[in-house]
Design a protein around this ligand. Structure first.
Ligand SMILES: Cc1ncc(COP(=O)(O)O)c(C=O)c1O
Length: 488
């Protein structure tokens, strides 16, 4: 028995699925077809003015008699759902409103997701500054120039155009030593971690235990825990991670250019020491270069990877430079890991859109990426300066740290005040995080210096919203006293 029918585009200009499941019900097929058509018009699936198929072809498609269709149409014409005119066939009536008001099921409007008044959470660049015109121009060029094979299954290593562009860019801007064959494109840092530690494809590329900085992104620790990787917290001090505490771990994850979230660079001696450790133990360093392009005052801090490309996996993404919504990142791998990572990725590219890869390649090669990064660097530097000035004027007791680079600052608070300040900020519509959020759950005093603080993402608000966000922030900081320390 005919149950459903999907008509072809030539007949009425749009595909339509009619469910005739009720054909066995009262009135048989004619009633079922009438009900199905009425429902299609009522719900708006058949728009006003749409031409219905001739009796003969619909009857043939459904396996019903021509008269069954003629009767169903006639009934719906009589009800006003359809109109039949000589020469123009049967159409959906212009006034056949989908779901007339009286029939509408009363539904509560879904609650609007209301964001905070002032968004100072770390983690995102100014979303209003995405280089739309440049991206569009690159996308258009990439599409125009792309050979047809681009639209077939993608190479899991990523498009060679992008790997070549990155190889040149990372060498120039970050001091990375590589060539396109060592680069694997992924959808960002989190994806890179998954690829390295996933057990899915017959054994992971790397295994734990993995040393991590005592302060870091909880999301990454959770992701690792879910992959069965034990993370061991490394203490931090003013020179960065205490790499002298590394022992039998198989790998260490570091943010050497700008410790996340506390903000300092890894001391040059420690950069050398971590490489020595990796060589001596046959271990590997995972270098998370999440915001390496954004440095302000101090000399550029190049990649640790440049010290020994065979001991470091360098990972970056466009999440801070363009937008975390693009989901494009890269891994620069020691030779011995390339095949394993490609195997973890699968036979075809299943993560990063090939068209987006080509657009990013064009953005980099055309110079538009560098121009955007330079513009954003100036913008964020000026925001950083305004934050420091506002705090000096309104909350001199609050020490600002970690502001020589990056998109966030750490505000050191008087002991015991962090929770209440974060709470007060929430009441004032300010979204930000306390430093404690980022502490490894096994990081304990006195090993790990713990102090109260706020992590303030000064890049997050749009340009016009920043002044108000700063004023609101100053309003919730603990009242004055003596300055607690020098700003650095
Ligand atoms: C510490 C850290 N690493 C890496 C990233 C980038 O993550 P992804 O590339 O997965 O967006 C971020 C956030 O942007 C981050 O805060």
């Amino acid at each position: 028995m005919a149950k459903s029918w999907v008509n072809s585009a030539e007949r009425i200009g749009a595909d339509l699925h009619l469910d005739l499941t009720e054909s066995a019900g009262p009135g048989g097929r004619r009633a079922a077809l009438t009900r199905a058509l009425r429902e299609a018009v009522r719900s708006g699936r058949l728009a006003p003015g749409t031409r219905l198929p001739p009796y003969r072809s619909l009857a043939a498609d459904l396996g019903v008699a021509r008269n069954t269709v003629a009767d169903a149409y006639a009934e719906l014409v009589a009800e006003g759902w359809l109109t039949a005119r000589q020469g123009s066939g049967t159409r959906v009536a212009e006034r056949a409103e989908p779901l007339r008001r009286a029939e509408r099921v009363p539904r509560k409007a879904p609650p609007r997701a209301r964001g905070p008044h002032h968004d100072l959470r770390q983690g995102t660049p100014d979303a209003s500054a995405f280089p739309r015109a440049a991206w569009l121009a690159s996308y258009r060029r990439a599409l125009q120039q792309a050979p047809s094979e681009v639209f077939g299954p993608g190479d899991p290593a990523g498009r060679v155009e992008l790997r070549e562009a990155l190889s040149e860019y990372l060498a120039r801007a970050r001091g990375v030593r590589t060539e396109p064959g060592r680069i694997v494109i992924c959808s960002g840092f989190a994806h890179a971690l998954r690829l390295l530690f996933s057990q899915e494809k017959g054994g992971s590329v790397l295994r734990g235990p993995l040393a991590v900085e005592a302060y870091g992104l909880g999301f990454h620790r959770e992701l690792l825990a879910a992959a069965g990787v034990r993370t061991v917290p490394l203490p931090l001090d003013e020179d960065g991670a205490r790499v002298d505490r590394l022992a039998r771990e198989r790998a260490v994850l570091l943010t050497p250019a700008h410790q996340f979230p506390t903000g300092g660079p890894l001391h040059p001696e420690r950069r050398a020491a971590v490489i020595d450790w990796a060589r001596a133990r046959g271990s590997v360093v995972l270098e998370d270069d999440y915001d390496g392009e954004f440095r302000y005052d101090r000399k550029p801090v190049g990649a640790v990877q440049g010290l020994d490309p065979e001991r470091v996996i360098f990972i970056g993404s466009v999440s801070k430079s363009l937008s975390p919504a693009v989901r494009l990142g890269w891994m620069v791998l020691p030779e011995r890991y390339v095949d394993g990572v490609l195997a973890a990725k699968g036979e075809r590219e299943a993560w990063a859109s090939v068209l987006d890869q080509l657009s990013l390649a064009d953005l980099i090669v055309s110079g538009a990426y560098d121009r955007h990064v330079r513009r954003m660097r100036q913008r964020y530097r000026s925001r950083r300066d305004r934050l420091v000035t506002a705090l000096a004027a309104h909350a001199p007791q609050v020490e600002v740290t970690g502001v020589a680079a990056g998109l966030h600052a750490v505000l050191r608070l008087p002991p015991g005040t962090e929770r209440s300040v974060v709470k007060a900020a929430g009441w004032q519509g300010i979204a930000l995080d306390g430093l404690a959020e980022f502490r490894h759950p096994e990081a304990a005093e006195p090993e790990i210096p713990v102090h109260d603080g706020l992590v303030v993402g000064f890049a997050t608000p749009s340009e016009h919203a920043y002044t108000a966000a700063l004023e609101a922030l100053c309003g919730v900081l603990p009242p004055g006293g003596e300055p607690e320390g020098a700003r650095r």
